[in-house]
Every structure is written in C-alpha cells, then in structure tokens.
Design a protein around this ligand. Sequence first.
Ligand code: GLA
Length: 381
Amino acid sequence: MISSLQQNVIETFTQRHGCAPTSVARAPGRVNLIGEHTDYNDGFVLPTAIDRASWIALRPRKDGRVTIFSRNHGELAEFDLATMTKIAGHWSEYVKGTAWALQEAGCKLNGWDGVTDCDVPLGAGLSSSASFEMAVARAFEVTSGFAWDPAKMALLGQKAENKWVGVNCGIMDQMISAAGKAGNALLIDCRSLEHRLVPLPHGTVVVILDTATRRGLVGSAYNERRAQCEAAAKFFGVKALRDVSVAQFNAKASQLDEVTRKRARHVVTEDERTVQAADAMQKGDAKLLGKLMNESHESLKDDFEVTNDALNVIVECARRAKGCIGARMTGAGFGGCAVALVEENTAASFANTVAADYEKATKLKPSLYVTHPSNGAEIIS
Ligand code: GLA
C-alpha cells in the first residue's frame, strides 16, 4: 500500500520538476519503551521505530548541488556540497549537517533534487530530526553509492546533530531510525552499538501519549544531567555509569551527595531494568515489561527529575485505564510524550478514556497514537 506521504512527495516532485523522482527514501521517528537517559552513559536502550516518518522523493543531479523542497515548511533550500555554510536554526541544516558528516567520513557525494515531507510531530520528543537525518543519509546513499551500515550511519547522523546543528544528543534516536525492524523493538548496547531485535509481546500494542506540553529549556537541563552522570562515573572511577552494577552502586552510594546519588541510581537501575525488559519481551511476558516501565517512570520522576506535571498526570490516567499494562514518560522529558503498553483489544477505548481524563485534569488536549513498530531507514522505490 502506498502511504499518503509517499504519494505527496512523489506528486510534488513531479509537479516541480516535470518528471518523476527516481527514488523515495523514508526514515522513521521513534518511541523508547525503556532505557531513558542511559544512552550517553554507554548503557542500554529499548526503542521501536514508529509508523511516522520523514520521506524524500529525489532524483540525482549531474553536479554537486542539493535542492530540497520541504512540504512542511513550504520552502525550498539549496546549497553546493563543496561550499556549505551554516544558517542557525534552519530546517535545512539537518541536510547540510548530514552531508558534512558523510563527507568528513570520506564519502564522495553527488547532488540531487528532492521533495520532503514528515508526519513525525516536530518537537514532541519522537525524534523527527533523527528521522530526517537518516532519510537524508539514505538519499545520499542511493545517489552516491556508498554502503549502508546502520551503526555507521547513526554515528554520522549523531555527529551532524552534535557538531553541525549543535544539539548534544546520544546515539539512541539515530540508531533506531537507521536499524529498526517492523514488529520489533531493538535492544541497543550504546557502547558497542551491538543490537538485538525483540518482538512486541503477542496481543499488545504501543500507544504514544502526547501531553501537548513542550519545555523550552530541555537542552540546558539535558546537559546538566549529562554532567551529573559524568561526575558520578568519575566518583566510581569508571568510564561511564554503564560500568557500575546496582550492587557496586549500593556499596558506595552513601558517600555521594544527594543529587549525584539520585542521578546515578536512576541510570544504574534503568540499565538493569532495560536488559530485564528485553528478556521479558523475548519470553512474551508483557506483565513484567509493564511493571518495569512503571518503575522506570518513578525513577525518572523521583531520582532523575525529568518529568513535568503533565507527564505525571498522563501516566496516572493511562495506568487507571482498562487494558493498560504499563506506562512511563519517554524521550528526554520535561514535556512531550509518554508511552503505554496496552492490551491490543482495548486500544481504542484506552485511547478515548485517557484523552478524556487527561483533558479533564489539565485542560490540555492530548494526541494519542496507536503505533506499530516499523522498519528503519529504507529506499522504498
Ligand atoms: C533525547 C536524546 C537521546 C536520549 C534521550 C533520553 O531523546 O536525543 O539521545 O539521550 O533524550 O533517553
């Protein structure tokens, strides 16, 4: 079945260029089931690629110029691969940043004309930017002919984001967008980038609960949490908190100041929960997965302190609703989305109940999406 966004980018491309595109690239956003604020501690994460994505219809050019029209922004951006300059805050920086990182890695790039569209909500914490970077990387792959290695592409996307766009993210978002598989979550070891597919337990679905709150200062709070984790790793004499077991943490925790102790306790216990969650999924144990998700939220609320009232309220509404197996905030926090594991046959009534309860409690209108784990970045045609 041809998706409506796929159709949109093909049609707009054909109208603008007077010929059909030669390829269509697609790369998904993500929702993380468990393993939050662990990626930059070299730990474990368990996200799934969602069925919302960035799309690019494209056709190679004979020169080193890239032109891309964004249907979301109603705007054309153009640049030469040999002479790229930064325009802070512009959507096309993700295209240039990805091209820059690929060129830095030695890839010889060809230019292309493209049209892009995206139905990952922007700024909601569902990784619209990682999805765009990975779609752009696929566009360059198909026009320039280098090999697609998901981990390598994810690292280059992260480099684009860190060094070109200037956002200090970990590796999770690009990695799941590059390597996801339909029907599965992916257990990622963020140190080695080894990854293993784990199927969703039979009879369950993942529901994304967007609180409709956005927090402007996520960046500075995120960097502060990273620094606190680094200080804790230093105290334990290890490279990253990933190297501290729960027993090792407990043995020395009383020597830490309260804030550092709470931050480290979240990361150390979250790593353990994430590995347990992947095992639970492998065994089809939805109940245990749900329990671990609930515990993760409490830890993010009380120890890592990255929830807000809206996230706490929507998680409570979700847990009260029939069919909920577990619920937690997802992504960086401070606003954005929560995620719930729900019995498949109750998904529609669950979404209605949670939306009504949340709106009553907060006067905010949430968006709820039942999502199905999708493939990672791919060339569709
Ligand atoms: C953001 C970052 C990720 C990760 C999460 C928290 O989404 O982009 O790398 O650190 O926050 O788990």
